[in-house]
Design a protein around this ligand. Structure first.
Ligand SMILES: Cc1cc2nc3c(=O)[nH]c(=O)nc-3n(C[C@H](O)[C@H](O)[C@H](O)COP(=O)(O)O)c2cc1C
Length: 355
């Protein structure tokens, strides 16, 4: 039985224990997509968590969906992220930047170029989105051409290179939660008739090409991907071949020697255990809504190597100390999850030593 507090290696890095901070958008970047001035404090405050997966970060103008999310493709972005990685490394943690291309889950008001969102097919998610003018319906996206898909793959690889240039230890592709990679995987958002649509293998092609291109650019041991099998966020309804699709992806990614595979899982069925068996590398698991007495259970049961925690890490900079000592958690201030440039609900959650 593996203990959550035992060390583990991912790629060439040794982590002191088996908890990670799950990726969380905080919408506090500068207008040009450079991480906000408080981002180095925010991430370094949480350094005892060991592995920090950052907020979703766009690899291109097209990739942005929400207001004030950071990018990692310009010199200014690299300089901004460098301030974060320097502080995180000085505090002893590792940081993977999550590359999030939102695809159709975007509004022109929120992007630098204000263009129509792009997607595998011209099918909207049927949802409203937060903008600076309030909630607005997401417009119908434009289908990417085959050449543009290949260009998007290249942009992911470029962003990954820039992340390493900024001092990140690796990148995690956001392949979960109804964003671009997931839109290619799901048959209801992907009606393409070229080699990126139709069969399960074709729908998986974009995800695999993105991960391959990144692994070629920065090394597979610095490359990871997050998937959410069976989670219907963002208008996604996965197909009848859903479980086979994820078995196939686990096998394909398993051949690449990745840093880790990150699974976001809600269901209580054998698929997770099958993915675990199929994927030979490090498996990071995030089970939404986990409570303190459940932390460590999946690692102990052999279902995962690392457990990722979201809200607990957001609200408790010293989460590890609190878990180890049984000290109470801070009260979560949900209304401040995405609260602009403010320190409130961001860097002002107290730690025990300061309290
Ligand atoms: C404020 C907030 C922002 C989030 N942003 C992202 C994101 O950018 N990328 C992502 O993959 N998941 C995102 N998530 C989902 C979390 O990574 C995680 O899956 C979710 O919070 C459930 O885990 P938890 O119960 O431990 O918080 C976000 C969650 C929250 C609460």
């Amino acid at each position: 039985m593996t203990n959550i507090w035992s060390p583990i290696k991912i790629g060439s890095f040794e982590l002191p224990h088996r908890l990670a901070m799950a990726p969380m958008t905080r919408s506090r970047a500068k207008p040009d997509g450079t991480p906000g001035d408080l981002a180095p404090d925010y991430y370094s405050q949480r350094a005892t968590i060991g592995l920090l997966i950052t907020e979703g970060t766009q690899p291109s103008d097209d990739g942005q969906g929400y207001p004030a999310t950071p990018g990692i493709y310009t010199d200014a972005h690299v300089a901004g992220w460098r301030k974060v990685t320097d502080r995180v490394h000085a505090a002893g943690a590792r940081l993977f930047i999550q590359l999030m291309h939102v695809g159709r889950r975007s509004h022109p008001d929120n992007t630098p170029h204000h263009r129509q969102p792009v997607a595998p097919s011209a099918i909207g998610p049927g949802e409203d989105m937060f903008t600076m003018k309030g909630m607005l319906p997401v417009p119908e996206p434009r289908a990417l051409t085959t050449a543009e898909i290949q260009q998007t793959v290249t942009e992911f690889a470029h962003a990954a290179r820039r992340a390493i240039e900024a001092g990140a230890d690796g990148v995690e592709v956001h392949g979960a939660n109804g964003y671009l990679v997931h839109q290619f995987l799901a048959p209801d958002s992907n009606h393409r008739t070229d080699e990126y649509g139709g069969s399960m293998e074709n729908r998986a092609r974009f995800a695999i090409e993105v991960v391959h291109a990144i692994a070629d650019a920065i090394g597979p041991e610095r490359t990871a991907i997050r998937l959410s099998p069976g989670i219907p966020t963002g208008g996604i309804a996965e197909g009848t071949d859903n479980d086979d699709l994820y078995r196939y992806l686990a096998a394909e990614f398993g051949k690449m020697g990745l840093a880790y595979l990150h699974i976001l899982y809600l269901r209580q069925d054998p698929l997770l255990a099958e993915i675990r068996k199929t994927f030979p590398g490090v498996l990071v698991l995030n089970r939404p809504g986990r409570q303190r007495d459940q932390v460590g259970a999946d690692v102990a049961a052999g279902l995962a190597d690392i457990e990722a925690l979201g809200v607990m890490a957001l609200a408790d900079p010293d989460l590890i100390q609190r878990l180890k000592t049984g000290a109470p958690f801070n009260e979560v201030r949900q209304a401040l999850f995405y609260a602009g440039g403010s320190a409130e609900g961001y860097t002002d959650y107290p730690s025990l030593n300061a309290a």
